[in-house]
Structures are given as C-alpha cells and as structure tokens.
Ligand binder design. Structure first.
Ligand code: MRU
Length: 380
C-alpha cells in the first residue's frame, strides 16, 4: 500500500517527509516508511501492516542505512506484538533480513527484551506490546540525540584537522536524515559545516550500483541548500589528484573490535586514496554501530546482493533513476553475464584517521580505544 506525501509548509518549502513513523489507524497499527527506492522522483509512503512487509522493505532497501535499520527493527517487533503475532519469530525474521549492519539486530533485541521483561512481570499482551513500542520510541529518540552530538563533535574535528575553515568534503553512499532518527551521521557533520558557513563543497559519490549517493545524498544536499557536486565513483581518484578533496566523511554499518569498518562498497578504495593523498579519512557512526563481539574485519559478514543490480540499470522499484515505472529495467550487459555485487567492503583501522561517535572521537583507531569508547558510552 502506498500513500503520497503532499503539501508545502507556510514558507513554500516542501516539508521533509518523515522517514519512518508509527501510526494507529482503526484497522490496526502500522509502520509507515518513506519508500527510499522511489526517491528522488517521488516521496511516497510505504505502509507495512505486518512483519513480512517490513522485512521485504528492508531487503529491497525501501528502508536502509545502519541506524535506521535498528529503529525499523525495533518498531517491527512492536508491530508484531501489537498485532498479536509470534514476537520471537518476528524478531528472528527481522534480525536476519540483512546481515551486515549491526544496528538491525541491536534494535530488534532492545524491543524484544522490553517485551519479554514486561511479559515476565505479568503484563497483559497489550501492555507488553506497549513496552516494546516505548523501547522503539526510546531508540528512535536516542538516535536523534546521537546525530546531534556526532554533528558537533565531527565539525569540531574538521575544524581541528583543516584550520583553513572552508572545507571540501567527499562522501560516499547516504548518511543523512534518511538513515537516522535525526540528521544522520557523516552527512550530519557536512550539514553542520554548511550551517556554520564552513562547507565549501560536498563531493557526492554516486555509489554504484543502487545510487544511494546520486538518488539520496544529492536529494538531501539539495533540500538543505548545500553546495554539492555529484561524481561517478571512479572519478574520485582524479579529484584527489587535482587536490580538490580536504577530507572524506563516511558512515559505517559495523565497526569491529579492532576498529575495522564495514561500510558501503567503494569506501575502502576511498580510504586508500585518502592515505596516498594525505587527506583525513573520517568515519562517523553512533556507538550502536560498534560491535565488540566481532573481533576484526574478516569476521564481518558482507551481504552479497543480486547480480541484476549491476547488469540492469533500473532495478525493481528504482523509478527515480531513469524515470521509468517501478519494475522496468534496462540490461547493460549481455544476457547471462555474472556480476560480483558485495554491498559493503572493509576498511582496516590503519586507514581511518578518526572515528566520530556521540560518546567521543577516537584517533588513532585502536582496539584499546574502541574498548574504552564502548565502556565510556555505557556510563553516559
Ligand atoms: O545498503 P545500504 O544503503 O543500507 O548501505 C548504507 C550504508 O552503507 C551507509 O553508508 C551506512 O549504513 C552508514 S549510514 C549512517
């Protein structure tokens, strides 16, 4: 089911559509997502009435990005509980929908634990469902607060690293309000720099094959009035060589205990380029993206996605890309061509200048520093 966001605010600016919201119409509670497969062409809501619909939305990337996946997972558990489905089964389906972003399982576990604790204390099913929903709402709020703190800390770090005060920042994938309860991670830092008058340009990698940079980051940059320029992923090298990049800012889907960073495929080559060109490479992520239980980069499961995302220009639902109807696809390789399509890659800690979290900035990135950061955030 889809609903169309419409209207303009009194200032004539289109309001930013909510990325994820909980609604309780008479037919029963629903999770409504801004369908990110339809952006930037259309701002369309996707109404999920049950967990399989939400799992599908996660797998097709209608809802995506590590922190938002955690929030969606938590609301998914609340949805299952409120509609009287088997909550443990729903939690397992949600947590297994995509493997790499650690936040998804984290959000699911938080809502599930709240539901269990209420049930164990003798709460009626409706009250236990309410406990799961409250926990999802709490996670949503916490993520918004984390965004604000990361933006402030990240801007402070940029100013320290680049005293000139007019930053040209390269980013990859999408890390703004579309992935978060707040303004996002890496994009939130760029936005803070823009609002402080210190962002000269945001270089936006298109991010093949699903174009999160072109479709989503450019959409957010345009909405917020940033000076931005889109480039193909493979143009980044020449941009560094021309001396046009002062810093790289990216998000993360999982940070291992040794500081290895899993993020959108194409991040690692940027880190290598940054090292070669002596440009700071900064990862911005909430503490919920750190996974102390994963020892190193090699232990992070990398999601492999269908080859059709590479061999066809317009995958199912990506109407915004070519202006075609959802489902239409144009082959860009001979029929039967096999494609290598990992969704993420791993950047080793020695290539990362700093990790910015809401609890502090880690530089250099070491296993000891990660451990200390996690311990500190538990005290906050
Ligand atoms: O496959 P996606 O679009 O979910 O991948 C998202 C990314 O890799 C983001 O860069 C990452 O989650 C950081 S979002 C703060």
């Amino acid at each position: 089911m889809a609903d169309q966001y419409a209207g303009t605010d009194p200032g004539g600016q289109p309001p930013a559509p909510p990325v994820l919201r909980w609604e309780e119409p008479p037919e029963g509670p629903v999770v409504v997502l801004l369908d990110q497969t339809r952006l930037p062409a259309e701002e369309v809501g996707l109404v999920c009435t049950d967990v399989p619909a939400l799992v599908r939305a996660i797998q097709t990337l209608a809802v995506r990005g590590a922190p938002l996946l955690g929030i969606a997972g938590a609301y998914g558990v609340a949805l299952a509980a409120a509609r009287g489905y088997d909550v443990d089964d729903a939690a397992a389906q949600l947590a297994g929908a995509r493997p790499t972003a650690v936040n998804l399982g984290y959000g699911v576990r938080r809502a599930l634990a709240a539901h269990r604790a209420a049930a164990e204390q003798g709460a009626a099913p409706a009250q236990a469902a309410e406990a799961a929903l409250s926990e999802a709402r709490r996670l949503h709020r916490e993520d918004a607060e984390a965004s604000t703190a990361m933006a402030a800390r990240g801007l402070g770090l940029l100013d320290e690293l680049l005293p000139g005060g007019s930053h040209r920042v390269l980013t990859h994938c999408n890390t703004g309000a579309l992935v978060s309860g707040g303004a996002g991670t890496a994009f939130a830092v760029a936005l803070a720099a823009h609002r402080a008058g210190r962002l000269r340009r945001l270089w936006v990698d298109e991010t093949r094959p699903l174009l999160q940079g072109a479709r989503l980051t450019a959409y957010e940059a345009a909405r917020n009035g940033l000076a931005y320029t889109l480039l193909t992923d493979n143009a980044a090298g020449s941009l560094f060589a021309a001396g046009e990049v002062d810093a790289v800012l990216v998000g993360a889907d999982r940070i291992a205990a040794d500081g290895s960073v899993a993020n959108k495929v194409g991040t690692y080559p940027l880190a290598v380029l940054a090292k070669y060109h002596h440009v700071p490479f900064v990862v911005v992520a909430p503490v919920t993206t750190i996974d102390p239980g994963t020892p190193d980069g090699a232990s992070i499961e990398i999601e492999q996605r269908p080859g059709s995302e590479v061999t066809q220009l317009t995958a199912q639902g990506f109407a915004g890309v070519a202006g075609t109807a959802p489902g239409a696809a144009t082959a860009v390789a001979p029929l039967g061509t096999q494609a290598y399509n990992p969704a993420f890659d791993i950047t080793p800690p020695e290539l990362v200048t700093a990790i910015v979290t809401e609890a502090g900035v880690l530089s250099p990135v070491t296993a000891g520093g990660i451990e200390e950061l996690c311990a500190r955030s538990r005290q906050v």
